[in-house]
Design a protein around this ligand. Structure first.
Ligand code: PBG
Length: 413
């Protein structure tokens, strides 16, 4: 067991462990071990080990030109070559209580002792291939910073967007999801701009597919960016969000996106009965920064009549069954970190891949905490993403996609 090796620096399979500041003599060989035919003079073997203490530069021991049989015979004859001693036990601070070992059968810390052991027993991994990078686009030529989401921009669809996608692909992120900022003049109560084949999203999809044919493009199927009411659906005079009529619009939207070349159409809209691919979202306050990014805040009321109540757990199963029976290819949980139990629930109850959406509020909180030096942004970012994977997410929609992928690729920024 690796964990029982007293000090891994001295595992014999590592030649670099054989370094020492001194010559290591072997005891003189009795001539018999070389057999009668050997008339070779007796050697006093002296082995010069590296005199550097830096094991990464330690050279392997010089070979002595002995056959396996000679080496074995030497050991059998009691002429055992020397190896570095086990280092002395490190001293404890003065005052450390002297206690008998606890009678523990299992000491789980053994498997956590060194980085190599921890890596060997790591259950969850994360790779840039797991990320979907949400990108905000607009008609402008310049990229406009989004105040509530430091590091995020409304990208010009023709320039900034293409550059950002190229950067992401450079570090292995080959999936994106597009969110459009629609000019107010194109918004309407019925959100018809959503299925304009020459609208911002279909146009951007065509441009991206032309430049990067293998890019995986997800789209958001929802009316809110196109709705003059800032709602995901058509609002009746009395404030009711009309379901089936909205679904009619969403279907047209999805078809238009698919026609332009979208790979995955993701109904974030939460209307009942959309026969498409992705879902499961809560009426969350963590979406705040996103709505600023798209200027898509509801003009009145909230989304509680269609998005799920954050207090509900079992209801996620109902939605899941609905999505499964409609032929969804992926189940999406949104937000992410505060809803890990829902991710695990779906993971354990559906064979479908699970996507987690680390939403804008989660992103901005980590950014803000990092900027204020209250937390280590980089570490909290990686931990939050890893935890989403551990809970059961296959893929993660995250505004950190580029930053995290760079970090995973060993790039320091
Ligand atoms: C809208 C939509 C929302 C998000 C993605 N699509 C938010 C909303 O309900 O306003 C939120 C994503 C985020 O906060 O990052 N259908």
């Amino acid at each position: 067991m690796a964990s029982t090796i007293p000090n891994s620096q001295f595992t014999i399979i590592n030649p670099s462990s054989f370094h020492s500041r001194r010559y290591v003599p072997l005891r003189p060989q009795p001539s018999s071990i070389f057999g009668l035919s050997s008339r070779r003079p007796l050697h006093l073997f002296a082995v010069r080990a590296s005199d550097s203490n830096n094991s990464s530069h330690a050279a392997p021991l010089h070979k002595l030109g002995l056959s396996d049989a000679q080496c074995e015979a030497a050991v059998v004859a009691g002429n055992v070559p020397e190896a570095p001693p086990v280092p002395p036990k490190p001293a404890s601070p003065v005052g450390t209580p002297v206690v008998p070992s606890l009678p523990l059968n299992r000491r789980p810390r053994r498997n956590r002792r060194t980085p190599a052991l921890r890596e060997a027993f790591q259950e969850t991994t994360i790779s840039p291939a797991n990320f979907v990078y949400p990108l905000f686009i607009h008609e402008g030529e310049e990229d406009t910073p989004i105040g509530a989401m430091p590091g995020c921009y409304r990208l010009g669809w023709r320039h900034g967007l293409v550059e950002e996608v190229a950067k992401a692909r450079d570090v292995g992120v080959n999936s994106i999801v597009l969110f459009p900022k629609i000019p107010d003049a194109l918004k309407s109560p019925t959100g018809d701009e959503a299925y304009n084949d020459n609208g911002l999203v279909p146009r951007s999809i065509r441009l991206l597919k032309d430049k990067f044919p293998d890019l995986v493009i997800y789209t958001d199927v929802a009316l809110d960016p196109y709705s003059s009411d800032g709602h995901d659906g058509i609002v009746r005079e009395d404030g009711v969000i009309m379901n089936d009529e909205t679904v009619h619009q969403l279907c047209k939207q999805a078809v238009s996106q698919a026609r332009a070349g979208a790979d995955v159409v993701s109904p974030s809209d939460m209307m009942d009965d959309v026969h498409l691919s992705v879902t499961n979202r809560y009426a969350s306050s963590f979406y705040g920064p996103f709505r600023e990014a798209l200027d898509s805040n509801p003009r009145f009321g909230d989304k509680k009549t269609y998005q799920m109540n954050p207090a509900n757990y079992r209801e996620a199963l109902t939605e899941m069954r609905e999505d499964e029976s409609e032929g969804a290819d992926i189940l999406l949980v949104k937000p992410g970190l505060p809803y890990l139990d829902i991710i695990r629930l779906l993971r354990d109850n559906s064979p479908l891949p699970i996507a987690a959406y680390q939403v804008s509020g989660e992103y901005s909180m980590i950014k803000a905490g990092g900027t204020l030096k209250m937390i280590d942004e980089e570490k909290v970012m990686m931990e939050s993403l890893l935890c989403l994977r551990r809970a059961g997410a296959d893929i993660i929609l995250t505004y950190f996609a580029l930053q995290a992928a760079r970090s995973l690729c060993g790039e320091k920024r």
